[in-house]
Ligand binder design. Structure first.
Ligand SMILES: NC(=O)c1ccc[n+]([C@@H]2O[C@H](COP(=O)([O-])OP(=O)(O)OC[C@H]3O[C@@H](n4cnc5c(N)ncnc54)[C@H](OP(=O)(O)O)[C@@H]3O)[C@@H](O)[C@H]2O)c1
Length: 226
């Protein structure tokens, strides 16, 4: 029996999402990839081929756009087995007193609303396959970080993951919340070569989806050793 899964990945144009595309395809699955940067998505399709990767450009903070991604995935591959809600962003101005409310709004639209919209748009499809929803929270969603609105958005992602897991358990669906420490991605302006590599987080995703169906890996925390 084929273990091939159809894996929808948001934030797939860069960093953790792009590394996860490579890992899931190497593991024998197919990917539906989305982000706003069409050129970067197309480069990934070119590398792996249209039989393995479908790219659909979307701003995930818009419900209609993520609904369209789900629809295109179903039209092309017939089903969705896994959704990796990974898109996220940060802010430049730290703290509350010095923070910028416009930046907060843009960030919360992605880190909170897009997560909700991705779940809302895909849950009925996942119910059909008894599928798996995976969230990128952060270690910043488990610890106190002085004045961090980004960190608070990741506490939301963590809490939402626990509550969604309980809802999905009603039909034997699985939900995993991944909490990485610092990862060397374009999220930061400067390289962080001694921190986690995006492929480390991608390995965690593949580990979660490869577990025996009786086993719901509810959360994974990974930290740089250094
Ligand atoms: N790097 C870290 O240290 C770290 C640690 C813990 C958790 N995380 C989390 O990991 C996730 C991935 O981050 P990363 O480090 O891989 O950063 P990244 O390289 O900057 O990737 C962010 C991804 O999100 C997408 N995105 C942002 N806004 C979007 C929007 N409105 N609509 C659609 N896609 C959007 C970007 O694509 P486009 O710009 O092409 O739209 C890009 O693919 C985020 O949720 C982040 O909070 C990161």
């Amino acid at each position: 029996m084929s273990n091939e899964k159809i894996v929808l990945i948001t934030g797939a144009s860069s960093g953790i999402g792009a590394a996860t595309v490579d890992k899931v395809i190497e593991a024998g699955h197919k990917a539906v990839i989305t982000a706003r940067s069409t050129d970067k998505l197309n480069a990934i399709v070119k590398r792996w081929g249209e039989d393995k990767v479908l790219a659909v450009t979307a701003d995930v903070s818009k419900l209609d756009e993520i609904k369209n991604v789900v629809e295109k995935a179903r039209q092309t591959f017939g089903r969705i087995d896994v959704v990796f809600a990974n898109a996220g962003t940060g802010v430049n101005a730290p703290g509350i007193e010095n923070g910028n409310p416009d930046e907060w709004k843009t960030m919360l639209d992605v880190n909170i609303n897009a997560l909700l919209f991705t779940a809302k748009a895909s849950l009925a499809s996942l119910k059909e396959t008894r599928g798996h929803f995976i969230i990128t929270s952060s270690i910043a969603g488990k610890v106190t970080l002085k004045g961090s609105v980004y960190g608070a958005s990741k506490w939301f992602a963590y809490g939402f993951g626990q509550n969604l897991a309980a809802e999905m358990a009603e039909w034997n669906g699985r939900c995993t919340t991944i909490c990485p420490g610092m990862v060397n991605t374009p999220f930061f302006d400067e390289a962080k070569p001694d921190k986690l590599d995006p492929s480390d987080v991608a390995d965690a995703v593949v580990y979660a989806i490869s577990a025996n169906p009786r086993c719901d890996i509810r959360e994974i925390t990974l930290m740089p050793t250094k």
